[in-house]
Design a protein around this ligand. Structure first.
Ligand SMILES: [Zn+2]
Length: 82
């Protein structure tokens, strides 16, 4: 019975080691216990750049003025593009 525990521990360490060796190299089937929201389950976000400070942020978190400029915050929108 002791060997079963040791074997399970070794298998756990082996899979952890394999996951750390190849980050992001998903081969299609997710490992059990993997975080589904890490990369595969999330749609890629379009990144936009603040016209005032140059910060990159997802489009759905950005603010735009009436002229198509993109800003990271209402403060930067009020200050306008640099
Ligand atoms: Zn900004």
């Amino acid at each position: 019975m002791k060997y079963l525990i040791v074997l399970a521990l070794l298998a756990y360490l082996y899979f952890t080691w394999r996951k750390q060796r190849r980050p992001g190299a998903g081969g299609g089937k997710a490992a059990p216990g993997a975080n589904p929201a890490s990369d595969a389950g999330q749609a890629p976000q379009e990144m936009v750049r603040c016209d005032h400070c140059g910060l990159h942020l997802p489009r759905n978190e950005s603010l735009t003025d009436g002229r198509g400029h993109v800003f990271c915050s209402s403060q930067h929108r009020d200050q306008g593009g640099a």
